[in-house]
Ligand binder design. Structure first.
Ligand SMILES: [Zn+2]
Length: 388
């Protein structure tokens, strides 16, 4: 079994990899890279599209699905597997991140999507593809691909210690592709949530919290210390996410529904509110937050950023200028979480995706089998199966 690393290795963004065995070849995720331009914005597929049998999408964030229209424009004609939640959210992601010409010619292909549920085992040729809940967003999954001889597990984006979501255990495998987004950050999610709660409490008379529509928004709502407002355009999606009780930890759905019902609706025509305001996306690059971030900055309205800020993004520029604060709300594994995933997978050989090369060394000190030299563009062999 072979892996082709098309994006997200030694870098954050454009996550995409192919698994090949015999005549079978499948693609896992097809992301774009915010902040990159030209060919680097897309996975490095280099013409090898015709031999891909099927595409599996882990979730609808731009770094995992943003290049779907681009892939279709390059002639991909096979099936596309995703969950219903990913299907519902992906068109908005493409609207924000696809090339407008690609998107006009190759809009989200509703009729070509094969739906599955997290926990299903799918097949493509002789490959069996297990899936499980990621804990990252509602409807988000990891994949474990088995050809009968060896198994590779691709975590996609996972959160093993979420305060909101459930993550299923990734099975034992011969090669594990970890979500290394945070390198070796050892501050657990509960401590970060407390810091954010304290920051918001000290700005309770008005502040802006840019956030992705899915996933982190729920983590933030769970952490907010008092009354808050949401951009009105988020309400339907948040309601749907919070109602998906099977994805959430016990009791969390009821708690978040009550908080959301109590939240005020805010629209672009309103003055900046006298309470914390959530608006998507998280980087100020698309959606209402792309309009709100400059407006808040001009008005001296406090801003708290809580996630990844690609270099040169609106959020990044504001933060670097000292005009916005930043506290990470973990929506990827912190150090103990990744060590735990690796141990439960049987301490296999490992790669880290979505991580700058220089941070992988820190992670290797706790995960000795982590291969820190793997980069986008490389082809690597999955080790022979050991006794599992
Ligand atoms: Zn994600």
């Amino acid at each position: 079994m072979m892996l082709d690393l098309f994006g997200g290795f030694g870098e954050k963004g454009r996550t995409s990899l192919a698994v090949s065995s015999g005549n079978d070849r499948i693609l896992l995720d097809i992301g774009i890279k915010v902040g990159a331009s030209g060919a680097d914005y897309y996975p490095a597929l280099n013409g090898s599209i015709a031999d891909i049998d099927a595409l599996f999408v882990s979730h609808a964030h731009e770094d995992h699905v943003g290049a779907l229209s681009w892939l279709l424009s390059r002639g991909y004609g096979g099936p596309i597997f995703m969950t219903a939640e990913t299907r519902d959210e992906a068109p908005a992601t493409l609207a924000g991140y696809a090339d407008p010409r690609d998107l006009r010619q190759f809009p989200f292909p509703e009729d070509r999507i094969t739906l599955f549920e997290p926990g299903d085992t799918l097949t493509s040729g002789n490959l069996a593809i297990r899936t499980g809940r990621s804990g990252h967003v509602v409807g988000g999954v990891w994949f474990a691909v088995d050809d009968g001889e060896s198994r590779v597990a691709y975590s996609a984006d996972v959160v093993p210690d979420s305060n909101v979501f459930v993550m299923d255990t990734i099975p034992r495998c011969d090669l594990l592709v970890l979500d290394a987004s945070y390198g070796a950050d050892s501050v657990p999610g509960t401590a970060r949530a407390r810091q954010i709660s304290e920051w918001v409490a000290s700005h309770s008379d008005g502040c802006l919290l840019p956030t992705p529509l899915s996933g982190r928004s729920l983590e933030l709502i769970a952490a907010l210390p008092g009354p808050f407002a949401i951009h009105a355009g988020m309400r339907d999606s948040l309601n749907a996410q919070i109602s998906a009780a099977a994805s959430l930890l016990p009791g969390v759905s009821e708690l978040l529904l009550a908080r959301l019902q109590g939240a005020a609706d805010w629209t672009d025509a309103d003055p900046l509110p006298s309470m914390p305001l959530l608006a998507d996306d998280g980087m100020g690059e698309a959606g209402p937050s792309s309009r709100l971030l400059p407006r808040a900055d001009q008005a001296g309205f406090p801003v708290l950023l809580t996630g990844h800020l690609p270099s040169g993004s609106a959020g990044d520029l504001l933060h670097k200028a000292g005009r916005a604060d930043w506290v990470r709300m973990p929506t990827h594994p912190t150090l103990s979480g990744n060590v735990d995933i690796w141990e439960k997978a049987g301490r296999p050989a490992a790669l880290g995706h979505s991580c700058a090369a220089e941070l992988l060394g820190d992670l290797q000190s706790r995960i000795p089998s982590l291969r820190t030299q793997c980069r986008t563009g490389q082809r690597i062999a999955v080790p022979e199966a050991r006794k599992r």
